[in-house]
Design a protein around this ligand. Structure first.
Ligand SMILES: *[C@@H]1O[C@H](CO)[C@@H](O)[C@H](O)[C@H]1NC(C)=O
Length: 431
């Protein structure tokens, strides 16, 4: 986790109103080989770095007076890692969130890593960086690929010590965003047997890097991975070139939306419990690919019922009343017994909460649970007994109840009389 310090913002007068600069403190993550020879594994080194996003669009009603200018260091420092990226084209969707993160005390996670293309040398130019930006509280999530701009080198050009790349006059590494993938909605909850849209979008520079676009959706759950859907298409020929391989029945990505709007969202229909998990959306253009991660939670509220419609007290023996909570997902359901005697105004939670059956899991992955309460003959007639169930899929707890009835002595005689008459009838018939 990184605490981000926004040094301030600088209005670029050149580009007119409605744009500002955002300064983010980030971490440069580098993969290296661990010390200790053969036994050493991969280690990651983390170095503080700064990212300046230039020309972030600001809403017209935004008050810009509070924004103080970002001043590049007066003496360029070849040790500092200061990346500057122009983000006007392509624009980062919802980038205004980054402007307000500081005021709203939200943490911006910013991680930068070198992005190497096949066969390219570490120090060759242009160089590429992958930046992953996340703001937890407001569902902001974007992965950017930055490409360094050419610097006209002369004797005075400084070289960044760690990266071996030439710096601009002001000591920054000049880059531009060439490709980005975003999702923003990182966690989705959808009902069992319902449909869901998992959001994922991408943008590339106005002059597209590539005509070929690949979309892949994968699901990861409990250490296993599945291919949900793969699509390959060409921006210039959607009809003729789109190839889709759906690993999950009832999954679709709209090829026209991919090409027209950079919308790679997947729709999953008739959700099952097994669809729950972590989805990874990967968009590839040219040699670049970037990902977003989205969690899907499936829910199904329980059906709650009592074993009896009526409960008539018997003077001698206690009776069992069961509460059945059926076909819910996920597992965490809570059952509670309450009673309200005729003389009370508020129900009380019973100290004897009965006995719980063990969870039963059904073929569709949902669960059922029952609770059995012993109702003693000492309970006063007119007492209302309630079974209350709480579950994440319910906005408010569900209750089912019945009122305990007093024994009806008359009814025994009626039953007895009925039996005698029936007996006599059969006696007559069989004779
Ligand atoms: C993709 O399209 C759907 C509607 O079809 C919309 O709800 C969603 O926000 C779009 N996502 C992106 C990234 O454009």
């Amino acid at each position: 986790m990184m605490i981000v310090i926004l040094f301030g913002y600088f209005l670029t007068g050149v580009c007119g109103d409605g744009v500002a600069d955002v300064v983010l403190s980030c971490t440069l993550v580098e993969e290296g080989v661990g010390l200790g020879g053969m036994g050493g594994g991969t280690v990651f080194t983390r170095t503080p770095a700064t990212l300046v996003l230039r020309d972030v669009a600001v809403a017209p009603d935004e008050s810009l007076e509070t924004l103080t200018p970002f001043v590049p260091p007066s003496i360029p420092d070849p040790d500092a890692i200061l990346l500057e990226a122009k983000v006007s084209s392509p624009e980062i969707p919802n980038a205004h969130v980054l402007l307000h993160a500081d005021c709203n005390e939200q943490e911006v996670m910013c991680e930068i890593s070198r992005y190497s293309l096949h066969g390219s040398q570490e120090s060759s130019e242009p160089a590429y960086f992958m930046v992953s930006l996340n703001v937890e509280e407001v569902e902001f999530s974007t992965a950017l690929i930055l490409q360094t701009l050419t610097v006209n080198k002369d004797q005075s050009t400084l070289i960044q010590k760690k990266l071996g790349l030439p710096l601009s006059q002001s000591g920054t590494l000049m880059t531009e965003v060439i490709f980005l993938v975003f999702s923003h909605i990182k966690s989705v909850t959808a009902p069992l047997r319902g449909d869901v849209l998992l959001n994922c979008g991408f943008k590339q520079q106005e002059i597209p890097l590539a005509q070929d676009v690949g979309i892949a959706w994968r699901l990861q759950h409990r250490g296993k991975g599945w291919k949900v859907l793969e699509m390959k298409t060409r921006l210039d020929d959607v009809e003729g070139s789109t190839v889709v391989h759906a690993g999950r029945r009832g999954s679709s990505v709209d090829a026209a939306q991919v090409v027209g709007e950079g919308n790679a969202s997947v729709t999953l229909t008739k959700l099952k419990v097994v669809d729950e998990g972590t989805y990874i959306c990967t968009v590839s253009v040219d040699l670049f690919h970037a990902q977003q991660v989205i969690h899907l939670n499936v829910i199904q509220p329980p059906h709650v019922s009592l074993s009896e419609e009526r409960l008539i007290l018997k003077s001698e023996s206690p009776q069992t009343l069961s509460c059945h909570c059926t076909k819910y997902y996920p597992l965490d359901a809570q059952m509670e017994w309450l009673s309200l005697s005729p003389t009370d105004t508020e129900p009380t939670v019973l100290s004897d909460q009965g006995s719980l059956s063990s969870h039963r899991q059904h073929g569709d992955g949902t669960y059922s649970l029952s609770s059995h309460l012993t109702v003693h003959s000492s309970v006063s007639p007119g007492t209302k007994i309630t079974c209350r169930v709480s579950h994440p899929a319910l906005d408010a707890p569900l209750s089912v109840s019945l009122v305990v009835e007093s024994p009806e002595p008359g009814s025994y005689w009626w039953v007895l009389g009925f039996l005698i008459i029936t007996g006599l009838f059969f006696y007559q018939v069989m004779r």
